[in-house]
Design a protein around this ligand. Structure first.
Ligand code: C5P
Length: 220
């Protein structure tokens, strides 16, 4: 039986995670946060004393292939250690972006990502869900929002967690991350040819969810 997949790709802080998790919830589907896998890999590498750079590519890929990771009740466990908050910092995001530019690391994470495709279906968010990991997905959404909006959302998120941050620094950070993610050789950030584009600047989460569900229903 074909297991349905909805891909939500897009740049940093475009709201992919919120949209994808809500879609998964409404449809009763599994949810894959592929960015978390790169964040966890980077965290594990640095913990082992390996900077995310080409000199350590093989060693980090080895770690990625054997990650002891578990997603449980909204928490992320690495080797049974709760790393949920540690992998969400801006620094962790930047390290994830560096790790994700190493081709062997991307290859090492393919099987793990495919294993999330289980009945009754999957919603997967990331940068290359529709282009590389699930090219035959039933529906591919490419989510964008202006850099100003994305920086503002990230700012609110961090402040609500009690983490201090300034808007200009956040915007510079996310633009640097997007530039690296879009220009890398392997699986660069770009819409799949058959992706539907959704610019959610000025949209509420509910409006984005409704739009995608409408597309989804059109595919049934
Ligand atoms: O989505 P999130 O910000 O958690 O992703 C962290 C980093 O992991 C991204 O900046 C990107 O470099 C990388 N990533 C990727 N491919 C994915 C998901 C994330 O390269 N499918």
């Amino acid at each position: 039986q074909r297991i349905p997949v909805i891909c939500v790709d897009g740049p940093t802080a475009s709201g992919k995670g919120t949209l994808a998790a809500e879609l998964a919830h409404r449809l009763g589907y599994h949810y894959l946060d592929s960015g978390a896998l790169y964040r966890i890999t980077a965290y594990a590498a640095i913990r082992a004393g390996l900077q995310p750079e080409p000199a350590h590519e093989a060693a980090i890929a080895g770690m990625a292939a054997t990650l002891a990771v578990r997603f449980s009740g909204g928490r992320v466990l690495l080797d049974e250690l709760d790393v949920t908050d540690a992998i969400r910092t801006e620094e962790a995001g930047m390290n994830a972006s560096r790790v994700s530019a190493l081709p062997a690391v991307r290859t090492a994470l393919v099987a793990l990502q495919h294993s999330f495709r289980r009945l009754p279906g999957l919603v997967a968010d990331g940068r290359d869900m529709g282009t590389v990991i699930f090219p035959g997905a039933t529906l591919k959404v490419y989510l964008t929002a202006s850099a100003a909006q994305r920086a503002e959302r990230r700012h609110k998120q961090l402040i609500s967690k009690g983490i201090s941050a300034t808007l200009p620094a956040l915007r510079a950070d996310l633009e640097a991350r997007d530039a690296r993610d879009s220009s890398r050789e392997v699986a660069p950030l770009k819409p799949a040819d058959d992706a539907l584009l959704l610019d959610n600047s000025g949209q509420t989460v509910e409006e984005s969810v409704s739009q995608v569900l409408q597309w989804w229903n059109g595919k049934q």
